[in-house]
Design a protein around this ligand. Structure first.
Ligand code: C5P
Length: 219
């Protein structure tokens, strides 16, 4: 059985991570949530008081950071579990801000490529099919309306017992879409060879099946 890499890109809250986790379980693959890595950079900068507009300072900070994941999808910075803290809405916007810098992207992309070199990865993010894994055997571009995404994110926060305001989430999603699609470096876009799936009116099971149909018979 030949393991492959699967790239899932798309705007925030399109359901990428949920689907990636399910597929990873189904295929016995590993899931790498690259957005969590940008969130770690934002969170670390915020708490250490590093200026998120200072590219060189961010680079130095990243060089002193070890980001790890475990099989339960917990995220660690230098051994400390930051899984919940990095999900705060304020960190989402900051992550989008730090992700514009070449020195930040180069470092995280390098880590992501190193992790995926042994294949058997489902990686989700914004630039996986275009930049991180241009040779991924399967590429999916997941989209959904802003309404559908804001509703999902709101429900996710409620389930985790976190504070949430639907209208704030809606506006942040719109703003992050704009920032992520219009930055000069690695903007969010569909790779030419990616299959686009609009998940607005689909259940999680339907999306999972649609992607499963794209996979080679043995992988
Ligand atoms: O996916 P998530 O919403 O957690 O990502 C947070 C932010 O990190 C995104 O808005 C985007 O700006 C950035 N990001 C990125 N490239 C990736 C993954 C995330 O620029 N591969």
């Amino acid at each position: 059985m030949k393991k492959i890499n699967i790239a899932i890109d798309g705007p925030s809250a399109a359901g990428k991570s949920t689907i990636a986790k399910r597929l990873a379980k189904r295929l016995n693959y590993s899931h790498l949530d690259t957005g969590a890595m940008y969130r770690c950079v934002a969170y670390q900068a915020q708490r250490l008081g590093v200026d998120v507009a200072d590219e060189a300072a961010l680079a130095t900070m990243i060089d002193a950071m070890q980001i790890d994941f475990d099989s339960d999808h917990h995220v660690y910075i230098n051994g400390e579990d930051v899984s919940l803290a990095i999900r705060e809405n304020a960190i989402s916007m900051l992550a989008s801000s730090v992700s514009v810098f070449p020195a930040v992207r180069e470092r995280l992309v390098h880590m992501q490529q190193t992790i995926a070199q042994n294949k058997g990865y489902i990686m989700d993010g914004r630039d996986i099919g275009t930049v991180v894994l241009p040779d991924a055997e399967v590429k999916v571009y997941m989209v959904a309306s802003v309404e559908a995404r804001a509703k999902r994110r709101y429900e996710e926060y409620m389930e985790k017992g976190m504070d949430a305001d639907y209208s704030v989430i809606y506006k942040d999603i719109e703003q992050r879409d704009h920032q992520d699609m219009h930055r000069p470096l690695s903007p969010l876009r569909k790779a030419d060879d990616a299959v686009e799936i609009d998940t607005s009116d689909m259940s999680i099971e339907e999306v999972e099946e649609a992607i499963a149909q794209l996979l080679p018979s043995k992988c």
